[in-house]
Design a protein around this ligand. Structure first.
Ligand SMILES: [Zn+2]
Length: 207
């Protein structure tokens, strides 16, 4: 189960996704009753009560994974750390927000699936995408958005050529079974996300 806890929030924030292994209401009964999956928050968001929203669904967190450390993705992090006594994973442990390194090619379990980290600079140097071939799910952070959108490159550490290389790399890595793309801003893409990845690669080259 993947939920966007920032849905409906009117504030300067990124999306913040709660990943848990809890089955969908229409899923068959779980045979391994002990496995509720690993409860992971992908990005903390900012300027809203993410702790309260986490608690509506789970009573704790096992990890926080950061796609990158821009303020709109980590503004709520201090509250989350304090409320859940939870540690964080990200690309660059020189950042205060990152407790544990998640290197390029590293893996992290979220919910009931294994995700691979893809170092994807261009929007920011420490940017990661997270891809689970088994689940067919991609967390694209601020690299790729729906409908041909892509991350801005006019901020510090922004680099359009690097961004294009990163989008291409994600496009080559994701399989035909990609079903869901969850992005840092705006709605998730639940219909043929590979088209949106290709579209982003094309539009990023246009200007
Ligand atoms: Zn960003």
């Amino acid at each position: 189960m993947i939920r966007n806890l920032a849905a409906g929030v009117q504030a300067f924030t990124s999306n913040a996704f709660l990943v848990s292994g809890e089955p969908r209401a229409d899923a068959p009964p779980v045979t391994d009753a002990g496995d509720h999956g690993r409860r992971v928050l992908v990005d903390a968001g900012s300027n809203f009560d993410v702790v309260g929203r986490v608690r509506e669904h789970v009573d704790g967190l096992d990890a926080v994974v950061l796609t990158h450390t821009h303020p709109d993705h980590v503004g709520n992090l201090a509250d989350v750390r304090e409320a859940f006594d939870v540690e964080t994973w990200g690309f660059d442990t020189d950042r205060d927000e990152v407790d544990h390194e998640l290197p390029d090619g590293g893996t992290v379990r979220m919910g009931s699936a294994e995700y691979e980290a893809l170092h994807t600079p261009g929007h920011k140097d420490d940017h990661l995408c997270l891809y689970s071939p088994g689940a067919g799910v991609l967390f694209a952070g601020d690299l790729i958005f729906g409908n041909g959108g892509f991350g801005r490159t006019d901020l510090a550490e922004g680099d359009r050529d690097a961004l294009i290389d990163s989008i291409d790399r994600v496009g080559e890595r994701v399989g035909e079974d990609l079903r869901e793309m969850h992005v840092g801003h705006g709605p998730s893409v639940l219909t043929d996300p590979r088209q949106d990845v290709e579209l982003a690669a094309r539009s990023a080259r246009m200007r």
